[in-house]
Design a protein around this ligand. Sequence first.
Ligand code: PEP
Ligand code: MG
Length: 590
Amino acid sequence: MSFQVFGISVSRGVAIGRAVLVASSRVDVAHYFVSPTEVETEYNRLLQARDAVSQELQSLKADLPPDAPHELDALLDVHLLLLNDEALVDAARQWIQERHYNAEWALSAQLEVLARQFDEMEDDYLRERKADLEQVVERVLSALAHAQDKGAPGAAAVVARDFAGEDPLLLVAADIAPADMIQFKRSVFQGFITDIGGKTSHTAIVARSMDIPAVVGTREASRLIRQDDWVIIDGDAGTVIVNPSPIVLEEYRFRQRQSELERARLARLRHTPAITLDGQRIELHANIELPGDTAAALDSGATGVGLFRSEFLFMNRNGELPSEDEQFAAYRAAVEAMRGMPVTIRTVDVGADKPLDRMSVNELRHEHVLNPSMGLRAIRWSLAEPSMFRQQLRAIYRASAFGHVKLLLPMVAHLSEIKQVQEAIRRVKQQLDDAGQPYGLVELGVMVEVPAAALMLPMLLRHVDFISIGTNDLIQYTLAIDRADEAVAHLYDPWHPAVLHLLASSISQARAAGKGVSVCGEMAGDALFTDLLLGMGLNCFSMHPSQIPSVKQRVLRADTQRLAAAIPRILESEEPGRTALDALASQRLH
Ligand code: PEP
Ligand code: MG
C-alpha cells in the first residue's frame, strides 16, 4: 500500500531506493556489502556466531545454582528458542544472499522485521518478548564483533563497497546522533529519513553536508516504513512516499534526472569568481567537519574554509580526547589542502545536541539533561577544561605555520570569555616559542550566535579581528526555539523581525568597525536568503560545499546597491518574509 510521510526538508533532491531500518541503538553496527563470492563465508560467520551464543546460553543454564529462581532458567530457554528459531539467523541469510549485506547488517535488518511483528501482537506476554529477542541479537552481534578478523571493518565502520546491481539504499531511523551521522559520510546510503530533528539540528547539518536527499522530523517514519519497502525521498518538499505506484515512480525518476542536469549546469560556475553586477567581490567559503571535506570544498570552488567544526574530531572516541599531535595533523591537513586560502578553525563546540559520545537527541531527552543548549557547551566547556583547551590552541597555532589559519570561538556571550582566551593564547605562544616551534599570524574571531553578543557587538569588536554570525544558534536563542526539536520547528523562523534586526545590525557594525564579517549558519547556504544578506552588506558567506554553486548563481545576478535600498522596508515590515521576497525580487536583475 502506498502512503506518504511528511517531515522537514533538510537536503534537496530526490532519492529513490529501498528502506533500511536501523534502530537508533544499532546505528553503529557495520553496514557494508560483501561481494557475491563472499556470501557463503559471510553466512558461515553468522552461523558460527549463533553457535557460540547457543553454547554460551547453555553453559549459563548449566551453571545456574540450584536455588536460582525458576524464571531465570525459563528465560534462558526462551532466549535459546528465539536464537534457534528459523525466523532469525536462517531468515537473515536472505539479506546476505540477495542484498549482499554483511552479517551484522543482515541480522539487524531481520531483527527490525521481527520487532515489527512483535509490536503488532495482541498478546501482552508475546509482545514483551521483543526485548528478549533484542537481547539475543545483541549477544550474536557481540559474538560477531569478538570473532571479527583484524582486517574487516570495525564495529562502527560504514563502508561503501560498490558493485553493480544494487538498489540504492535509504536509511530510516528514529534518530541518529551527530556522532553516528558523521560516520555515514563514507556510507552506502543515498538518503536519510529520521523521526526526530529540526532543520538546523546537527544531524541535519551533517546530512546536508553529504549532499544527499534527507528528511527529518517525520515523527513516525521509522514506525510506518518497513524493512526493504520502496521509498522516494522528496528532499525539496520534505516528504517521503512509501511503495509508490509506477506512475509516481516514473514522475520522480524524471525529477531526479532534471535535478542532476541542473547540478551539472551549476557545477560549470565552479571557476567563475563570485562578483556581483556592481563589481563587489563576494567570498564563498565552505563549512567542513573533517579535514577530508576540503576536497569537496575545493571542488565546489570555495575560496576558503569559513567554519571547520572541530568538535567532530572529538567524537566517536569512547571518551578519549584527540591528542595535540592528532589534532595538529588534522588541522595541518586541512590548511595544506586549502593552499594558502583561509581556514577558519572553530574551537570545540560540544554540548547541546552534539554530545561527545553517540547520544542522540532522543536519548538526551530521556537523560533529562536540563536545557543542554544553555548549559556547559562550546566556549564555556573549553574554558572549564583549560588543559584540553590549551592543547587545542597549541595544535591550531602549530598548524598556522603551514598556511592561513583563523581562530573562531563559539557561543561567546561575555567579554571576559574573549579575555580568558587571549590569556590562554598568550601562554600557548610562549610555550611554542620556548619549544622553538613555529607558528603564523592567527586572526581571532567570535561567533555571534547569542543575542547578547549581537547586542554588545561594538564592545566585542574592539577585541577581535572578525566575527562570524551563526544564524542557527542566533535564531534558536533569539526566538527561544530548540533547533533540534521538531515539535517547535514551525516557529523556527529566519525571517522573524528580531532575527533580521540582529543580523543587519551585526553586519553593519562589523563593517563600520573595519572588521571582517561572515555568516556561517545555514542561512548562508540557502539561496533564498542570498539577496537579503547581500543587501545587508555581507561579503563573506560560509556554507556546505554543495550549496556554493546555487548561491554563486544568485551573487552573479545581484546588484548589491539596489538590494541595499530594499533593506529598510524589510526591517520595518510586519511580514518581512513576504516583503523581502517582493522587494528583493524587484531589485534583482534577471
Ligand atoms: C550556527 O550556530 O549557526 C553555527 C554555524 O554553528 P553550529 O551550527 O555548529 O552550532
Ligand atoms: Mg552554533
